[in-house]
Design a protein around this ligand. Structure first.
Ligand SMILES: [Cu+2]
Length: 149
């Protein structure tokens, strides 16, 4: 009896591990916002952008971990995906709507604070369009990190 229970537990654990290895997270364009604004994911996870009519997604210059590849979709590219390996925070915008707050963040890894957080704040000065909205997104990121368990 105990042996069966242990086997069931082991199988359940294995199923969990498989599920965690490559998760997919959906970020949606909703009017002129990203939902969710902050996405927490792990290395190897995929981010899928949905509801992209009238929107694009592009990493803001320099606002990603060292050595990571920036991404840029086409305008209206439905279900555009990126798979992210490097830990840290990636800040992205929708070009048509950055000035109305369409800025989002993906955090890869479970560090209490992404290693490049201060770097992002430092790069705020280089943002030419929608700086206040990028600042707002960083503040929301800060809050989300504090609320994260
Ligand atoms: Cu947009």
């Amino acid at each position: 009896m105990f042996r069966i229970q242990r086997l069931v537990t082991l199988l359940a654990l294995m199923a969990c591990t498989v599920g965690v290895t490559a998760a997919e997270h959906v970020v949606q364009g909703v009017v002129t916002q990203w939902k969710p604004l902050v996405t927490f994911a792990m290395p190897g996870d995929t981010i899928r952008f949905k509801n992209m009519t009238g929107h694009d997604t592009q990493v803001i210059d320099g606002m990603l971990p060292d050595g990571a590849e920036p991404w840029k979709s086409k305008l209206g590219e439905e279900s555009f995906t990126v798979t992210l390996e490097k830990e840290g925070a990636y800040v992205f915008k929708c070009n048509p709507h950055i000035t109305t707050g369409m800025v989002g963040v993906v955090v890869i890894g479970d560090a209490k604070r992404p290693a490049n957080f201060d770097d992002l704040v430092g790069k705020l000065g280089t943002v030419k369009v929608g700086k206040n909205m990028v600042n707002r997104a960083l503040k929301k990121l800060d809050k989300a990190l504090m609320e994260r368990e």
